[in-house]
Write a protein that binds this ligand. Structure first.
Ligand SMILES: *[C@@H]1O[C@H](CO)[C@@H](O)[C@H](O)[C@H]1NC(C)=O
Ligand SMILES: *[C@@H]1O[C@H](CO)[C@@H](O)[C@H](O)[C@H]1NC(C)=O
Ligand SMILES: *[C@@H]1O[C@H](CO)[C@@H](O)[C@H](O)[C@H]1NC(C)=O
Ligand SMILES: *[C@@H]1O[C@H](CO)[C@@H](O)[C@H](O)[C@H]1NC(C)=O
Ligand SMILES: *[C@@H]1O[C@H](CO)[C@@H](O)[C@H](O)[C@H]1NC(C)=O
Length: 353
């Protein structure tokens, strides 16, 4: 697909999205159509900064959704964790040999049933320049012979999941039931129309909260050295000095900005103030400053709000056809073929990108 065609798709998809009588709620059991924004899901789900601009509007989820089951809320469990105190989250590092692994790492906790590379549903439409901005790195480092370490501090706020599998006799919404009954096996149009009207997947679980992250860019040689050291000794086997040196500007080729998943300016300002190292005349920002510092983690805990999606599991809408096994396998076949087509056709998968 040429870049121009990619843009055309994006515009068409946006136009499509603004019509119809759907609502947008991140709720368990709600259905969405992943093809509507395949490759650009970050437009409608807050998972990574949309541009390099500060965000002033507060939203988490704008993807149109549909109810497919009645009373599905009776089967869901949600949990909110706002208790004050120590840090409620997770500090982790991911080693990424190349750019693709970096994309994959960022979207590690996002799964879409039947997609082998769910991260591409978010990143497939990215061009190198905007990928660099989202990840907080200078765009001369997004392409080329580099490896990366993604460091991330995540604060969980809310989780939702189904407390049990959806029972086979769970009542469908009337319009869904009617269309399930009408669907004809072997009729491609009727399967596609079903997806357009109701969706392809439903929300099986999610976690929201916020995170701070930073990408460290390395030459292949230095990257291999750190990776080997950490592999053999474990992260905790490194001395404080080693850790400090490996993530400093004299060892990395480039240190990315510290960004928040929700592009929250207050948070990013806090990071610029509090997470600075000074070594003679060299000043730089590093998330590693948080490592083991309970004072800083405690303040960050209150600053990371409920502003972004941190984990999402989408399951295929096959389930609504369970009473009719042949219809279910027909729907499944059409969905699968479409997913393969989309995966193949994303611009990222073409050699000239
Ligand atoms: C990106 O890096 C290049 C080369 O190191 C440098 O010339 C350029 O000024 C940098 N751009 C920004 C926005 O930092
Ligand atoms: C489904 O079947 C179970 C067990 O047979 C029953 O307890 C439940 O009420 C039924 N649910 C609905 C929505 O009909
Ligand atoms: C296939 O389904 C569509 C939409 O449900 C319907 O309009 C069309 O007549 C069907 N085609 C055949 C050959 O039955
Ligand atoms: C934690 O960070 C603060 C602010 O940068 C600093 O003043 C303090 O010495 C650090 N504490 C430890 C235990 O490193
Ligand atoms: C940014 O985060 C701060 C601190 O958690 C919060 O008070 C503020 O409302 C957030 N701003 C936006 C636009 O989400």
């Amino acid at each position: 697909m040429s870049p121009r065609l990619g843009l055309f798709w994006l515009l068409t998809l946006l136009l499509l999205a603004s019509s119809g009588s759907r609502e947008s709620q991140l709720r368990i059991g709600k259905a969405i159509n992943i093809f509507l924004r395949y490759g650009y899901l970050g437009i409608s789900m807050r998972v990574i900064p949309y541009t390099d601009n500060e965000e002033t509007e507060r939203w988490i989820f704008k993807e149109p959704t549909r109810n497919v089951y009645k009373n599905i809320h009776l089967l869901t469990e949600t949990n909110e964790d706002n208790t004050p105190g120590i840090f409620h989250g997770d500090f982790h590092m991911e080693f990424c040999d190349n750019r693709r692994q970096l994309f994959q790492a960022y979207f590690r906790d996002f799964t879409i049933e039947r997609l082998d590379k769910p991260w591409e549903a978010f990143t497939g439409g990215w061009f190198p320049d905007n990928a660099a901005k989202k990840l907080g790195i200078n765009n001369s480092f997004i392409q080329g012979d580099y490896s990366y370490v993604l460091v991330r501090v995540v604060r969980f706020r809310e989780t939702g999941k189904l407390s049990t599998q959806i029972p086979i006799n769970q009542t469908l919404e009337n319009d869904v039931r009617a269309r399930v009954e009408q669907m004809q096996i072997g009729n491609l149009t009727s399967a596609m129309r079903f997806m357009e009207s109701f969706g392809t997947h439903y929300v099986n679980s999610y976690t929201t909260g916020n995170s701070l992250y930073q990408v460290f860019v390395y030459s292949r040689k230095n990257y291999k050295m750190i990776k080997d050291r950490i592999k053999s000794k474990g992260l905790n086997g490194l001395s404080k000095l080693d850790l400090y040196n490996y993530f400093a500007p004299w060892f990395a080729e480039h240190l990315g900005h510290i960004r928040s998943a929700s592009a929250n300016a207050t948070l990013e300002r806090w990071a610029r103030r509090k997470l600075q190292y000074e070594y003679y005349v060299v000043k730089y920002l590093s998330l590693l400053k948080l490592h083991g510092n309970s004072t800083l983690l405690r303040s960050l805990d209150t600053l990371l709000g409920n502003d972004a999606i941190l984990q999402l599991d989408l399951k295929s809408l096959n389930v609504v056809f369970r009473e009719y096994p042949e219809k279910e396998s027909w729907f499944h076949e059409v969905l699968d073929n479409n997913m393969k087509l989309w995966e193949l056709n994303m611009p990222q998968n073409h050699p000239n990108r």
